[in-house]
Design a protein around this ligand. Structure first.
Ligand code: S3P
Length: 416
């Protein structure tokens, strides 16, 4: 095994990067963001706001300036808007576009067209929005509508739904709006809000201020390196990672699995906790995860499944049916991954059970064009068996285009 370890900074968090672009576009004045994620998914958001008439300047790969046009300054686009494969782009924008005084059509790749949009369309239309779709999926047509709502509840444990509702609520002039969710999800709202339990209330805003922000590292991308850390590294330090309470479920789970993992240099930077994660080779044990823990590690299940296969004892996940509607059906894609390599996994509608530690043989795994399945396969190649090969690695650039550069920097070389 190569000597894997050292210190590394990661590019900015995907959720924060999308929101930085969106909120800076409708703010008044010039925003500047550094360490902004420039990936397939965030390019979709940038491309759409350019179509909506916002000037977005790429100063260098991860530094962007945005000339905000104000809440009512977006222009009617001349073409259909394309969210590519980005669920966050599509879902959040449906909320924002439903409040514009022009008509738009939103579409995406075949992968995104398979994903449910009913979770946004239904609550907004129930309040009076005019969003039309043939099968509750993309493409959607969004027509102007003067609708307003004071309170709205979402039953899906989804930050994308909550943020879409929040973007629509930003347009309310005369009264506060309360958005309630059944399970609390990531809360990078970008506007001042008051939280009471699982409800957030925002006050009417006439003007959004521009943003000046260095985006902290993405904990969901860090998860792949943390996995390498617990599997094979003497010491790996990931610096300046976003440690928002709603994003550290995977770190907490690793801790429950007996991982050597700790946080150093914790600071609060512009309302978000940021710190360094230190991790090293660990004797992992199995763990139980239930519905109350799923949202806080919702993007980390592919790499978590691989770790569970290498942990001693039983791991059981329940209440994770949301995984079925991610970039791929991540329960069945990871079940296929494990069995394809000679491992065993029991699948449920809302989760799975796996007993480790398992020997994984060489083989090609189908990533289903899902960036996080592809990165999981690369980690398996580096740490478990050089013969494990993902059938597609191009999709990795949807969320983590510097993945292979970062792997080289920690001495983890992946060669096909
Ligand atoms: C995201 C929310 C999550 C997550 C996605 C990013 C966001 O989706 O899977 O990668 O930025 O709001 P859901 O909220 O639908 O679970």
């Amino acid at each position: 095994m190569q000597n894997i370890g050292g210190e590394l900074e990661l590019v900015g968090d995907k959720s924060l990067s999308h929101r930085c672009i969106m909120f800076s576009a409708i703010a008044e004045g010039k925003s500047k963001m550094t360490n902004l994620l420039n990936s397939g998914d965030t390019k979709a958001t940038i491309g759409i706001f350019k179509e909506l008439g916002v000037e977005i300047i790429e100063k260098d790969l991860n530094t962007f300036e945005v000339e905000g046009v104000g809440l009512n300054g977006l222009n009617k686009p001349t073409t259909e808007l394309n969210a590519l494969s980005s669920g966050t782009t599509a879902r959040l924008l449906i909320g924002l576009l439903s409040k514009q005084n022009f008509e738009t059509q939103l579409n995406g790749t075949d992968q995104l067209k398979r994903r449910p949009m009913k979770r946004i369309i239904e609550p907004l239309n129930a309040m009076g929005a005019k969003i039309i779709s043939e099968n509750d999926k993309l493409p959607v047509k969004i027509f102007p509508s003067d609708y307003e709502f004071e309170a709205i509840t979402t039953t899906k444990p989804s930050a994308q739904v909550k943020s879409a509702l929040l973007l629509a609520a930003l347009y309310h002039k005369n009264f506060p709006t309360t958005i309630s969710e059944v399970i609390a999800t990531r809360d990078h709202s970008g506007v001042k809000s008051f939280r009471l339990g699982n409800s957030i209330t925002i006050q009417p805003v006439n003007i959004l201020n521009p943003i000046n922000y260095n985006v902290p590292g993405d904990p969901s991308s860090a998860a792949f390196l943390l996995a390498i850390g617990v599997l094979v590294s003497d010491k790996l330090i990931l610096k300046n990672i976003l440690l928002n309470e709603r994003r550290i479920g995977f770190i907490k789970t690793l801790k429950k699995m007996n991982a050597n993992i700790s946080i150093k240099n914790l600071q609060i930077i512009q309302n978000e906790p940021v710190g360094d994660i230190v991790v090293s080779k660990s004797e992992l044990v199995g763990v139980n995860i239930d519905s109350s823990e799923v949202a806080d590690m919702v993007d980390e299940f592919p790499i978590f499944t691989l770790l569970a296969s290498q942990a001693t004892g039983k791991t059981k996940v329940t209440g994770a049916d949301e995984l079925r509607v991610k970039e791929s059906d991540r329960i069945s894609a990871m079940a296929e991954f494990v069995t394809q390599l000679g491992g065993a996994i029991k699948v449920y509608e809302d989760g799975f059970e796996i007993i480790g530690a398992q020997k994984l043989n060489e083989g090609t795994v189908n990533t289903y064009g899902d960036h996080r399945i592809a990165m999981t396969a690369v980690v398996a190649n580096i740490c478990i068996n050089k013969g494990i090969i993902p059938n597609n690695i191009d999709c990795i650039s949807d969320s983590y285009p510097s993945f292979f550069d970062n792997l080289r920097l920690i001495g983890a070389n992946y060669e096909l």
